[in-house]
Design a protein around this ligand. Structure first.
Ligand code: ITT
Length: 195
């Protein structure tokens, strides 16, 4: 079974391929209209993206809604991470708001909600989080989005920004890695139950 990845974000798409292909889940892209993200939660927006892609292609589709939640900013930018500021200014906005704060006050996490919608209306959902803190300046060239300012506190990526970590290191602890591995497990059970 093939799945349409309902995203316009090339960084996410790379990670979907990197994480799901070795788990035997085939993903592909399609020219999709970008739906309005009218939800107030990650889960609602993930469903909106998946459902819109399913309606356009007729194929099972997976949506990802994710974001960076900064403790000192009461969870901002959170569900509005993609719209927090103009392209190219989002990381600087976060860094600016945390200026002068010591390391122990810079805690943050990423969240990822995955929603897969099938043509018969069934859905599979999964969530993942990863914890770390906000750097004092951007570090590293890999990844995308807020990766250069997010220093991981976990596992193989500990002490590195997600943009300094290799793809493998990021995926092993990342919100998306965790959500997609959980999704792949649930998918296997779902497909087995249908046999
Ligand atoms: P689609 O809706 O087309 O999937 P998007 O970029 O608009 O793409 P979101 O609405 O889910 O995606 O916004 C999430 C934003 O949070 C995204 O633009 C990134 O800036 C950030 N983000 C999410 N996951 C991230 C990650 O793994 N590393 C860095 N930034 C991430």
């Amino acid at each position: 079974m093939k799945f349409i990845v309902a995203t316009h974000n090339q960084g996410k798409l790379r990670e979907f391929r990197r994480i799901l292909t070795p788990l035997g889940v085939e993903v592909e892209t399609a020219e999709l209209t970008e739906p309005e993200e009218t939800g107030t939660t990650f889960a609602e927006n993930a469903y909106i993206k998946a459902k819109a892609a399913l309606d356009e292609t007729g194929l099972p589709a997976i949506g990802d809604d994710s974001g960076l939640c900064v403790d000192a900013l009461n969870g901002e930018p959170g569900v509005y991470s993609a719209r927090y500021a103009e392209v190219g200014k989002r990381r600087l906005k976060v860094l600016g708001k945390l200026e002068g704060l010591p390391e122990e006050a810079r805690g943050a996490h990423f969240t990822c909600s995955i929603c897969c919608v099938f043509p018969n209306g069934d859905t599979i959902t999964a969530e993942g989080m990863t914890f770390g803190h906000i750097a004092h300046e951007s570090r590293g060239e890999n990844g995308f989005g807020y990766d250069p300012i997010f220093i991981s506190d976990e596992g193989a990526a500990k002490g590195k920004s997600f943009a300094e970590a290799t793809g493998e290191e990021k995926d092993s602890v990342s919100h998306r890695g965790r959500a997609l591995r959980s999704f792949a497990e649930k998918l296997e059970s779902y497909l087995k139950a249908k046999e």
